[in-house]
Design a binder for this molecule. Structure first.
Ligand code: S3P
Length: 169
């Protein structure tokens, strides 16, 4: 029986906010892979990207996604790029129901607009950057997901109820 729920999806689709409330409602622990990565590296994500490069960040992400997947009874909020390495998804699928949160690129732009913590969105044309990354990643997200929930229109409570309905049927 899978006791974990893993939330995947692009930056700004609500993984953290939804994950925290979902964990509370289901009586599970909440963990965020990005936080584990920053802790292991001893520095925040933007500094890992700047000082050590994206490949080093992805190595750490693989290491910490594995550790998170091996935990029990958790809601795991994954980094947006977790699907880029198939090993992450294989490991998550062993112990977790994998739920993909999606949102339109305009909504993602809005939700991430006052945020400097996401190095991959540092671009003079953020909407184009989002669309380019989304287009590339979409097939990876889709094939990794057991369940897809569009958060474009839904409020957090609605998303959480929808997930609870779907996982308990
Ligand atoms: C990334 C998403 C970020 C973080 C890093 C890379 C990505 O996590 O892991 O900046 O590649 O999409 P969030 O999706 O939680 O913002």
């Amino acid at each position: 029986m899978k006791s974990n729920i893993a939330l995947i999806g692009f930056m700004g689709t609500g993984k953290t906010t939804v994950g925290k409330l979902l964990a509370e409602k289901l009586g599970k622990g909440f963990i965020e892979v990005d936080e584990l990565v920053a802790k292991r590296a001893g520095k925040p994500i933007p500094r890992i990207f700047k000082e050590d490069g994206e490949p080093r960040f992805r190595e750490l992400e693989i290491e910490l996604t594995k550790e998170a997947a091996e935990m029990k009874n958790k809601v795991i909020s994954c980094g947006g790029g977790v699907v880029l390495n198939k090993i992450n998804i294989d490991r998550l699928e062993e112990n977790a129901i994998v739920i993909l949160l999606t949102a339109s690129s305009e909504v993602i732009l809005k939700r991430t607009s006052d945020d400097n913590e996401r190095p991959l969105l540092n671009s003079s044309s953020r909407l184009e950057r989002i669309e380019e990354l989304l287009e590339f990643r979409e097939p990876f997200y889709k094939s990794a997901a057991d369940l897809v929930i569009d958060t474009t229109e839904l409020q957090i409570n609605g998303v959480v109820s929808e997930i609870i309905n779907q996982v308990s049927t």
